[in-house]
Ligand binder design. Structure first.
Ligand SMILES: [Zn+2]
Length: 515
């Protein structure tokens, strides 16, 4: 640490350390709380649930615990919060709690095989090198993908892990993404570990081999690199929640209730990249990893009403929480309802990625808070891995359960992009779609007997009744649809004539001539 940095550290210490925690009111000018950072972390209490939901439109609520609300704000948000005249306490930013020296990279220890012990935070350059290296060392099952770039031109990277990795196969797509909040870094290292674990065990461990052969697994360890490396590329010391524009990316997505820009901000470069990526890769399920709590937070975040698949979410969430509790330290992953919660019933979030993915991408995405401490000391990273990797593997396998199959043209056998709608069940965009080029679909759902309608433009819809589903099992249902020669498009509807009109029970339909 040079002299300038040391002085800065001292200044931040006195501004932000818990020792300086005092109740402030609007008499303080906002700038004094920020130091050289664009965001501030604070706490307040004694507010009702409806009040917190109202305030969540002004500031970025982080969590609610024991009547305390923890929140972040950029300068504009904080000025608005001060107008509320609510007493608050400034807290040390989670990214500044651990001394920089303890977060700096050290030489990794190689375990048996080629795997390393993931008990360190790589520098940004090492992170990129690891991602390149994973793909280079296992080109048959691991491919490097660039989701996009951040505002500061850091790479938003993912690897795809699957057999026939360069093809789009008839397999469920599973997406893991971490650290959209740049100072929630546990998942960042755990995702690097997961990639290493999967590719190192291919052909060795039967469960992992099966998983890779039958699933398209996409893993993005770091969704907000500018936030994580706000303090410099050498370590996550000084990491921020927000991106470099001081925007909370997990409030910046289109929202089912509040429309395209619920936070009143333009879509950030990172947001746009993560909106495009699922357009290119069909994901059945997704987990977005966070820190600050230990809980499986399932949709909706924005609506009080429950999803069509609430029972399924509780089932999958219970499995995740029970497994993490089993392998974790005593008391681990027990927040809210013993480790799971409906998002809205915890607190309302608008513009979160989870609801965007569920509503617009028809992907079952969950927000998983995996460690109470956001920027975890390096000596706890291995414990978090042991506590969680069984849950990661279970979650991958859940993408196979429910109803799966292909939808094809009855004559040509060509695969179709069809809507799969569970009658009397689906609502609020919970229907799913088969993907091209394979025509494959996977529809996770809790046990029950379903009536399913398959439909595609230009085809007669087909309904299959009495489809019986059991938890943790897959039922295969391949469907072929018959072309409808009389299918019409909007332009044709305008010139379509039905006569006589009014009719006498017998109608003649005149289709427009082809031109
Ligand atoms: Zn978060």
């Amino acid at each position: 640490m040079n002299r300038f940095d040391f002085l800065l550290f001292l200044a931040l210490f006195f501004f932000l350390s818990p020792c300086s925690q005092a109740q402030y009111t609007t008499n303080n000018t906002p700038n004094s709380f920020f130091g050289d950072r664009g965001e501030v972390y604070f706490r307040f209490s004694g507010t009702s649930a409806s009040e917190i939901n109202r305030l969540s439109h002004i500031i970025s609520v982080d969590k609610i615990s024991d009547q305390n609300v923890f929140a972040y704000a950029n300068k504009k948000e904080f000025e608005n919060f001060l107008k509320e005249d609510i007493p608050f306490t400034i807290l040390t930013a989670p990214g500044l709690l651990i001394p920089e020296k303890e977060l700096q990279h050290r030489i990794p220890v190689v375990k048996s095989g080629n795997m390393i012990i993931w008990d360190f935070y790589p520098t940004y350059q090492e992170y990129v090198a690891y991602m390149v290296g994973f793909a280079a060392s296992h080109p048959d099952i691991c491919k490097l993908d660039t989701i996009g770039t951040s505002i500061q031109d850091r790479l938003l990277l993912a690897v795809k892990i699957s057999d026939h990795v360069n093809q789009h196969e008839a397999e469920p797509g599973l997406f893991f993404t971490s650290s959209i909040h740049g100072d929630e870094t546990t998942g960042y290292v755990l995702m690097l570990h997961l990639i290493d674990y999967l590719i190192s065990n291919y052909g060795i461990d039967a469960r992992i081999t099966d998983m890779i052969n039958s699933t398209e697994i996409f893993i993005n360890p770091l969704a907000n690199p500018d936030g994580t490396y706000y303090g410099g590329d050498q370590s996550p010391y000084g990491a921020t929640r927000n991106n470099i524009n001081n925007i909370d990316l997990n409030r910046n997505f289109p929202d089912p209730k509040f429309g395209l820009h619920p936070d009143g901000e333009n879509w950030q470069k990172e947001t746009q990249a993560f909106m495009n990526y699922p357009d290119l890769n069909h994901f059945t399920m997704s987990a977005n990893l966070h820190g600050g709590s230990e809980v499986f937070n399932y949709p909706w975040d924005t609506w009080m009403k429950l999803t069509a698949d609430d029972t399924w979410w509780q089932w999958v969430g219970r499995e995740w929480a029970d497994t993490s509790q089993k392998y974790g330290p005593t008391g681990y992953f027990t927040d809210m309802n013993n480790g799971i919660t409906n998002g809205y019933s915890w607190y309302e979030i608008n513009g979160g990625r989870q609801d965007y993915m569920n509503y617009w991408q028809h992907c079952r995405e969950v927000t998983v808070e995996i460690s109470d401490i956001k920027l975890l000391p390096v000596n706890l990273l291995e414990t978090m891995w042991i506590s969680n990797y069984h849950s990661f593997l279970d979650f991958i396998e859940q993408s196979h359960n429910g109803i799966t199959g292909t939808v094809t043209d009855s004559i040509t056998g060509n695969p179709l992009c069809a809507k799969i709608f569970l009658n009397g069940h689906d609502m609020d965009s919970s229907e799913m779609f088969s993907k091209l080029p394979s025509g494959f679909y996977s529809r996770p759902v809790s046990e029950g007997i379903y009536s399913i309608t398959f439909s595609a433009p230009g085809y007669f819809p087909k309904t299959v009744d009495q489809v019986e589903v059991h938890n943790n099992q897959a039922i295969s249902l391949n469907v072929s649809l018959k072309q409808n020669p009389f299918s019409i498009n909007d332009k044709e509807i305008q010139s379509l004539r039905i006569f006589p009109n009014p009719g006498n029970g017998v109608f003649e339909i005149e289709l427009p001539a082809n031109d």
